[in-house]
Ligand binder design. Structure first.
Ligand code: ZN
Length: 56
């Protein structure tokens, strides 16, 4: 998995820049119980999940 391509995600709450949460080695992305990637929003200082939106 190329983490560089998924490293940033725009926060859907406040359009802030979100940075991918990973383990300490930056090798394995953090996910929630549904397997969604977890990001830390620099704008609102909170975490959010990235949802795949390819089906529409
Ligand atoms: Zn946010």
């Amino acid at each position: 998995m190329d983490l560089e391509q998924i490293k940033y995600q725009t926060c859907s709450w406040d359009d802030g820049e979100g940075i991918l949460l990973t383990d300490i080695d930056e090798a394995i992305p953090e996910t929630d119980e549904d397997g969604n990637l977890q990001y830390y929003c620099l704008e609102g200082n909170h975490t959010f999940s990235a949802y795949e939106d390819d089906e529409s």
